[in-house]
Design a protein around this ligand. Structure first.
Ligand SMILES: [Zn+2]
Length: 388
């Protein structure tokens, strides 16, 4: 057993209102004691117990490690040229996924593994201590299976997204592809997956096809999450709620009924403003979701086509500036909200018993995450009790 005292904390975000002020449970002049992989104590520094080691936060703010509940890190190639074309006026239709599928199928295991590990390390350096990672660029039994294996090496929060798009060889035979996804492909992927996901969108999978995919995954013990209502209003959000999915992701085009359905459910609305930024699209109506009482999470959607960022701080800045979330709402959504979207109670908070995942900023307040966009404010990351 070893213990570490982190003191010199200008402002501690606990995300537990019982421990401090406001919804973020803020404690000024704070300290945290970690014992092995867990938080053992939080409070005012003048009351801190002794510990074996000490880390001085230097007056910086400390918050729970970011929980990025939506990423696509297993792929090959990049789509910088497509991005440039889009910025020159071409619309995003979702078809660019096929470019990445071709590159991913042609890549070796080692190439895929190296890219996923590089992006995981990049996210960790920026404070992301929990990350969900999807497959979805293989779209064959063998390629989805190895994508999941690699995703699972990077994170236990791995998601089977065989129903990302219908691959070219199944053009015009979507129902045949759905049968493959629900059968042989799911069986091959399931040992490495915690979650099942589907891109429920016109041009991808309709409500019945999406329901079939999610139900097949649930029957095999996976929990559901849904790519919903990104490009247009549609059935994705209501399907997510109907099936008790942990999260409906994107939520860019919502009707009043969709907002009410989310607010009356345990399904988290996960907003991915990096995608709207990178596709120059209108942002989701975060204020309507929050006003209705829905739980909102923020995630990066890190992928090579529509949101090639691993920065949760950037997403917080976008949420505040572009979606009119307040800084406390955005920081909560990027930590505790992400934990809710992954149905985790051990991360996204710094209360005793939580996992020892925390971020030390070189700034006195969490407000600086939105106030100083684009600035690398993460000074130190502790992940699972290890100072990285
Ligand atoms: Zn996605």
């Amino acid at each position: 057993m070893s213990s570490l005292l982190v003191d010199g904390i200008g402002e501690l975000v606990t995300n537990d209102p019982a421990l401090g002020d406001g919804p973020l449970g803020l404690i000024p002049d704070a300290a945290v004691v970690l014992v092995d992989q867990q938080v053992a104590w939080v409070g005012r520094a003048d009351g801190a117990p002794a510990a074996d080691g000490r880390l001085d936060a230097g007056g910086g703010a400390v918050l729970p490690g970011f929980v990025d509940s939506h990423s696509h890190l297993v792929f090959a190639g990049d789509r910088a040229a497509e991005f440039a074309a889009r910025m020159a006026g071409e619309p995003y239709t979702g078809g660019g996924i096929r470019t990445t599928v071709a590159a991913t199928r042609a890549a070796s295991d080692d190439t895929l593994r190296a890219t996923a590990a590089r992006l995981r390390a990049e996210a960790l350096r920026q404070g992301t201590t929990t990350i969900e990672v999807k497959s979805g660029y293989g779209l064959s039994v063998a390629d989805e299976s190895r994508s999941l294996r690699i995703a699972f090496e990077v994170s236990p929060e791995s998601t089977f997204l065989g129903a990302h798009l219908v691959p070219a060889e199944y053009a015009g035979r979507t129902d045949d592809y759905v049968a493959l996804v629900c059968g042989e492909m799911l069986a091959a992927a399931e040992p490495y997956a915690r979650w099942v996901d589907v891109f429920c969108e016109r041009g991808a999978f309709d409500a019945d096809q999406s329901r079939a995919v999610l139900a097949a995954g649930i029957a095999r013990g996976l929990a559901a999450r849904v790519h919903a209502n990104q490009l247009a209003a549609g059935p994705g959000v209501r399907l997510a709620v109907e099936l008790g999915a942990a999260s409906a992701d994107h939520c860019t085009h919502l009707t009043g009924a969709d907002v009410d359905a989310l607010a009356g459910s345990e399904t988290v609305a996960t907003l991915l403003p990096g995608a709207e930024f990178s596709t120059r699209s209108p942002y989701p109506d975060a204020r309507a979701l929050l006003a209705a009482g829905a739980t909102v999470a923020l995630a990066t959607d890190c992928n090579p086509g529509t949101s090639y960022t691993s920065s949760m701080a950037f997403c917080i800045a976008l949420a505040v500036r572009e979606m009119r979330m307040t800084p406390p709402e955005a920081v909560w959504a990027a930590t505790a909200g992400g934990a809710r979207a992954l149905r985790r109670s051990d991360v996204g908070t710094l209360r005793p018993g939580a996992r020892a995942d925390l971020v030390v900023l070189s700034a006195p307040s969490y407000l600086h995450l939105a106030y100083r966009p684009g600035v690398p404010l993460v000074r130190q990351v502790i992940h699972n009790g290890v100072v990285t």
